[in-house]
Design a protein around this ligand. Structure first.
Ligand code: ZN
Length: 384
């Protein structure tokens, strides 16, 4: 099968983040097993979704994990000129379809290179690791990285996350934390605002505190110039609460995210916020005895990626990608999750992030070729 045929097959599975991915994972499993490589699945609790991992080559330390996600983002409301789940060659050098670039293109490169990996006399192993639900917050990456670490007797050393980067190595990524804060106040007639505690008014105070915290980081020049913007950000994206202008809201909540540069410690920021919340609770208990503020982390953490320029994986990726400039990104990926398990990690894959998540997503054929070329070089290097 050619890389284009494999990609067409992968694109034909319309598996969105959050949905069961068993159809696509089963197809990939059968493909891999047809080359006599044993596949291992890591199911979610309800067994409707699975990540997959396998090893090609010997049971020795020092191998490379190639990581990708099998889910894609929705197409509803987007103006597609072609069927998004039918890979279309418009004869302009690009292949169009949802996921062509983010990131089934890289998975197709891995699968087309698989027979060569199997045939080569690998001295160091290569692992394939494909996850689900990446697009809704990297829900399966940590578990997959941990499963690989625990399953194999030997220890892989590197992870290459093939997110679209135009084949340029990416060594840094902000950490992403999604939080929900719930405020419990007391209801009443709006005229009694000084005798009750409005959950909305208190929420606004907390939101202002968070914005001030971000501004303070900027004033303190907590900058990492590899990122745009160079500082950590705090953003409140959703606020709910209240019924009517003349009713004091007893409940309110807000969703927010914190995107941290590697030098900022998320735990200390959250601890400071918690201290402020405790102060507010103390102060308002006299007016409203069950006043409370609760912040919960219902979304898995996407840890930052901070691979140092002199790490071995940087030499490796430079030599196989042919690109020496190191970049950073502000989007989420599973790279930090693999790094947290001790694998030296970089992002490097075919296609441009500029084409991801939008209508008429495409990957240039030339990028697919470059992706395969990189994997061929990896096979060569792993055979020495
Ligand atoms: Zn992606």
């Amino acid at each position: 099968m050619t890389v284009e045929k494999i990609l067409a097959k992968l694109v034909s599975f319309p598996v969105l983040g959050g949905e069961s991915n068993l159809s696509i994972i089963q197809w990939i499993q059968e493909y891999i097993e047809s080359y006599n490589v044993k596949v291992n699945l890591v199911f979610n609790e309800k067994e409707q979704k699975a990540s997959l991992h396998c090893r090609i080559g010997p049971e020795v330390d020092g191998g490379v994990i190639l990581s990708g996600h099998t889910d894609v983002v929705p197409v509803v409301g987007q103006k597609w000129e072609t069927d998004p789940f039918l890979l279309t060659d418009k004869n302009d050098g690009n292949l169009y379809g949802r996921g062509s670039c983010d990131m089934k293109g890289f998975i197709a490169c891995c699968l087309v290179a698989l027979p060569e990996m199997v045939k080569a006399n690998l001295k160091k192993p290569i692992y394939l690791a494909f996850s689900y639900d990446e697009e809704i917050g990297c829900l399966a990456g940590s578990e997959l990285a941990a499963a690989i670490k625990n399953f194999y007797k030997e220890t892989p050393k590197y992870a290459i996350i093939g997110e679209p980067s135009l084949m340029e190595p990416i060594v840094g990524q902000k950490g992403i934390y999604i939080l929900e804060t719930y405020v419990q106040g007391s209801e009443g007639h709006s005229s009694r605002i000084k005798q009750e505690v409005s959950a909305i008014h208190e929420s606004m105070r907390l939101i202002l505190w968070l914005e001030n915290k971000m501004n303070q980081l900027i004033t303190d020049q907590q900058f990492d110039d590899r990122f745009h913007p160079p500082h950590s950000t705090i953003h409140i994206g959703l606020v709910k609460g209240g019924i009517a202008p003349n009713i004091i809201a007893d409940k309110a909540h807000f969703f927010w995210d914190l995107r941290t540069i590697p030098m900022d410690d998320v735990n200390s920021i959250l601890a400071e916020f918690e201290t402020y919340c405790k102060e507010r609770e103390q102060e308002l208990k006299n007016i409203c005895s069950d006043f409370s503020i609760k912040t919960v982390e219902n979304h898995p953490v996407v840890p930052h990626l901070d691979t140092k320029d002199d790490a071995d994986v940087v030499d490796l990726i430079k030599s196989i990608s042919g690109k020496s400039k190191l970049n950073t990104v502000s989007y989420a990926s599973e790279a930090g999750q693999f790094a947290d398990e001790g694998f030296q990690s970089v992002i490097c894959g075919p296609g441009s992030i500029a084409q991801a998540h939008r209508a008429n997503e495409f990957i240039a054929k030339e990028q697919l070729e470059k992706g395969v070329e990189m994997l061929r070089k990896l096979i060569q290097k792993s055979s020495l």
